[in-house]
Design a binder for this molecule. Sequence first.
Ligand SMILES: NC(=O)C1=CN([C@@H]2O[C@H](COP(=O)(O)OP(=O)(O)OC[C@H]3O[C@@H](n4cnc5c(N)ncnc54)[C@H](O)[C@@H]3O)[C@@H](O)[C@H]2O)[C@@H](O)CC1
Ligand SMILES: [K+]
Length: 536
Amino acid sequence: MINLCRVEEIRAAERAALAAGHTEADLMRAAGRGVAREIERAAGGRAGTVLVLAGPGNNGGDGLVAAAALQERGWRCLIWGYRRTDSGGAPIDAATADQFVWIEPRALAEAARGADVIVDAVFGIGGKDTLPPEVVDAFATVAAVRRERSTPVVALDVPSGVDADSGAVAEGALAADMTVTVGLPKIGLYRAPALRYTGILRLIDIGLPAPDISREAPQLITEQDVRAWLPRRHADTHKREVGTLLVVGGAPTYYGAPRLTAAAGARVGAGLVTLAVPRSLIAPIATALPEVTFLPLPEGEIGGAGARMARMIHEQIDRYQALVVGPGLGQDSPVDEFLNALFRVRTVAAGIGFGASTVAEEAQEFRAQAVLDADALNWLAKQSEWPDRLRSAQLVLTPHPGELSRLLDTEVDEIVADPWSAAREAAERFGQVVVLKHGHTVVASPDGTLLVAPQALPALASAGTGDVLAGMIGGLMAQGVPSREAAAAGVYLGGEAAILAMERVGTLGLVASDLIDALPRALAALYDARWGRIGG
Ligand SMILES: NC(=O)C1=CN([C@@H]2O[C@H](COP(=O)(O)OP(=O)(O)OC[C@H]3O[C@@H](n4cnc5c(N)ncnc54)[C@H](O)[C@@H]3O)[C@@H](O)[C@H]2O)[C@@H](O)CC1
Ligand SMILES: [K+]
C-alpha cells in the first residue's frame, strides 16, 4: 500500500529527493521517460504523431521530455505551448528539440486531427483553481477532436485544472483517457469530480521517497500488495485444502447472479465451490457451470421453507471455509425467514447418543466467514442490533451507495457526497469490513484503515459485476486470505479484469461474464508472472 498524498507531502518528497542528491533534471527525465513508456505501451508499440500541450512549469517540462523520448523512438512531435515558446528548462538535447514542430493557436485543430495521441502537460500540481482563457480554448478544440475521432488524451501527472488535494475541477478542464501520475499518487485524483477526468490511472516511479503508511491516510491498493496477498499452494495439496466456498443465493427469477458468483469464486482459485440454490435452478446453472457442486434447497413458496433451508446450510457449514450470501436471493418473506434462521441462531443437535430419544437444539452464534451482498444486505438493513449479534462472524459487506444508505439509515446523497467517510463510519459502527462500490471502490476496516481501488471504471456499471466481485472476495477468503486483504484483492482483480476485457469488448459492451473470462489473465499476470518470463 501507499498513502494517497497531498500536494505538500509530494513537495516534501521532492525536496527530500533533491537533498539526497537527485537533481531536478534527473526527476524530470525520469518522469518524462516514464510517461513516454506508458504512451508507447498504450499505442501498442507503434510510433505515430503526438501532440503535446505544454505549460510553462515543470509539468510542461515533463511533457517535452516525454516528447523527446517518443521522438527518439520514431514519433513525430507537435508542440503547442502556453506561455512557452521553446523547451527551455527541460533536459533535452538541442538536436532533438530542433525537430519539434511548434503549433500556432489557429493551427491547433488541424494538428489535433492529425495526432494519434494528445498529451495534456499544461499544469500539474502547481495549477490554480481557474484555467486561463487561452488554455480553455485549446482544450475545447482538443475535446471536439477527441469526440469526433476518439483520439486518446493522456494527462501528465494530473489533468490540468484538477486540484490534486480536493479533487475540484476548474471550468474547461480536459477529460483524459489515461492519467500518468508521476512519483506519488495524488489524493485529489481519486475523489469526485476529478475521477471523471482522469481515465485509467497509471503511477510511475521516479524514486521519490513515499511517506510512512499511516492509518489516517487513505491507501492505494497496489499490484505488489495483491501479489503478496494471493494464496500460495503447496504442490501436494488437494481441492478441499485450497478453499471451499459455499454460495447461498438464487431465486426462480435470478439464477444468473449466483452463477456469476460461483464462477468467480472458482476462477479466483477456490478448490471447491458449492451452490446452495432452490432445486429448480440447478439444471440451468449446471449446464453452464460443470465445475460446481450443488446443495439443493427447497423452493421458496413452500411454507416454512426458510427455516428448513437454514438448517440444511447449518448442517453443511463446517465443510466450507467461507460463504457468500445474497446474490439473487430476492426479498420476499421466505427469504427473510431463511436469513433470520441462518444468522440469528445456529441450531446444533445436542444429546445425540446411542439410545438417546430426544434431540435438543442449542442456539449458537454465527461464526463463519461470509461475504454479504445484495439481498442479504437489504435483509440486514431491516434488523436491529445486528452488529452485536454477528460480532463473532467475520463479514465482508459489499454495498453500493443505496444499500449502504439503508444500512446506515441515511440519504444516498450524503454517502455519494463523502463516500470515504461513510465507508469508514460503517466499518467502525458494524465492526466488519465494508466494501463501498462507488467511484474508486474502497475497503474500510474497523481498525480505521481505508484501502482505495486504483481505478474507477465506468464499464463496471453493468448488472452482475457486483455478483462477480462477491465471488472473488469469497473465493479468496475460502483460500485463507484475511477478509480485508481478500476484499482489496478482489477489488483490484475486478478492475484489472475489466481493463483486459475492455480491450476486447470496450466500455459499453462489457458484461459481467466478460470479467470472469478475463480474470484468469489478470491473475496469471500477478501469480504466474514467472511463466510469462520463462516463456518469453
Ligand atoms: N519539482 C519537481 O522536482 C518535480 C516536478 N514534477 C512535475 O512538475 C509538476 C509541478 O510543476 P510546477 O511546480 O512547475 O507547476 P506546474 O507545472 O503545475 O505549473 C506551474 C506554472 O504554471 C502557472 N500556472 C498554474 N496554473 C495556472 C493557471 N490556472 N493560470 C495561469 N498560470 C498558471 C504557475 O504560476 C506556474 O508558473 C508536477 O505536476 C509534475 O508534473 C514531477 O516530474 C516530479 C518532480
Ligand atoms: K497536466
